[in-house]
Design a protein around this ligand. Structure first.
Ligand code: PLP
Length: 384
């Protein structure tokens, strides 16, 4: 394998070897089940029927490793990928063949037009200014440049306003030199199936896209796929569901868990009644207690706020005191003596505790838990 100046191993087909902390030196182990990821892709595809299924791999595939994830999805037949930034697209292009489309959701920052054109990636144009800049560059380069166009169907985040879509429809010359390959929009409330905003946004989207050239359309994210067929259009853009986050909150999770997280015990101790535990003595020993300190903390993306627990062979080990930067103290009084020794592993995410449950404890969403993971874990990929 050759490593170009960019630092990423050249594809197609070659996995870039992501640097990871060796297992025997790491404080915690992050397992990523690429077999479960692939099964999740198949579950979503089966739901979609005729519509195609993209893979959203922005933010390093929600923290799981964009190259590894994209390769696994490509092996399942995925041909469209979405990232947020052009530099993410450049890294991904090194592992994906040219006929796999890479869309850049945040579009075309001023000054990045030439890099985008040279990188063979497809910007999502979000404004008439971006469209103008792309069209100008196409004229200068004397070749058509591909683009997706985002319209704002009611989220007020990115995309042309309905008024701007009307202007574009009345002035087709604004698209000169631009090869439109996708019209898309994004749902604000897709995880609330009963929210009337979903239908309104879908109707807005369908009205707006009919004013534009007839190209493939895309509206649904993970949760949008579960709103039904009239949200599927030509291409769905799931991210979170691929990684095991429940796209149907409130109902059973139809996806398989992809991530497991285990942390090593640093040491164990016994403390007497009334002894203070951890920063601020936020917790005190009630009686004689046995504690284990594990080597994972908020610097690894484990949220400092919110109650949670670790597990050992299914036994719940509550956190005692506050989460530190690099460690957490567990109450292991319920375990037999010597059940845990330095170097042993406890489960933080896995069969006993899902990503969504960890998020709920921390008052956030699974997306933030996954994307918060730091770089100190030993990462191991399996099931490919
Ligand atoms: C992040 C993102 C997605 C993926 O959303 P999930 O809820 O993770 O499936 C799809 N489309 C756009 C525009 C996004 O920003």
């Amino acid at each position: 394998m050759t490593t170009p100046p960019g630092g990423v191993t050249k594809g197609p087909g070659a996995l870039p070897v992501q640097p990871t902390v060796p297992e025997h030196l790491a404080g915690a182990l992050l397992g990523i089940d690429l077999g479960a990821l692939r099964e999740n892709y198949r579950i979503l595809k089966a739901r979609l029927g005729r519509a195609a299924c993209a893979g959203v791999v922005k933010a390093d595939a929600y923290g799981l490793g964009a190259a590894e994830v994209a390769e696994a999805l490509a092996a399942e037949g995925c041909r469209s990928f979405f990232v947020a930034h052009i530099f993410e697209a450049l890294e991904l292009r090194a592992v994906l063949p040219r006929d796999h489309a890479i869309f850049v959701l945040n579009g075309l920052p001023p000054g990045a037009e030439r890099d985008s054109a040279e990188a063979d990636v497809t910007p999502v144009l979000n404004s008439l200014e971006q469209l103008q800049a792309w069209s100008d560059l196409a004229r200068r380069l004397e070749r058509p440049l591909p683009a997706a166009l985002q319209v704002d169907s009611g989220m007020s985040r990115l995309g042309l306003s309905p008024h701007e879509v009307e202007r574009l429809a009345a002035t087709p010359a604004l698209l000169s030199g631009v090869q439109l390959v996708l019209v898309m929009s994004h749902l604000a409330c897709a995880d609330e199936p009963d929210n009337p905003v979903n239908r309104l946004q879908r109707d807005n989207f369908d009205r707006l896209r009919r004013m534009l050239p007839a190209v493939p359309a895309s509206l649904a994210n993970s949760s949008g796929i579960f709103l039904g067929q009239d949200y599927h259009h030509d291409l769905a853009r799931p991210g979170a569901a691929l990684y095991g986050v429940n796209p149907t909150p409130g109902d059973a999770n139809p996806m398989r868990q992809v991530v497991s997280l285990r942390a090593k015990v640093v040491q164990t101790r016994e403390v007497g009644d009334g002894v203070g535990i951890g920063y601020g003595y936020a917790s005190r020993a009630r009686t004689h207690m046995r504690l284990a300190t594990i080597s994972l903390g908020y610097a690894d993306g484990w949220h400092r706020r919110g109650a949670a627990a670790a597990f050992h062979h299914g036994a719940r080990l509550p956190f005692a005191g506050r989460v530190s930067m690099d460690s957490i103290i567990l109450d292991i009084s319920a375990l037999p003596h010597d059940a845990l020794r330095p170097g042993d592993l406890v489960d933080l995410i896995g069969a006993d505790q899902t990503v969504d449950q960890v998020a709920e404890h921390a008052g956030t969403i699974g997306y933030e838990i996954l994307t918060s993971f730091g770089r100190r874990f030993h990462r191991h990929y399996f099931g490919a």
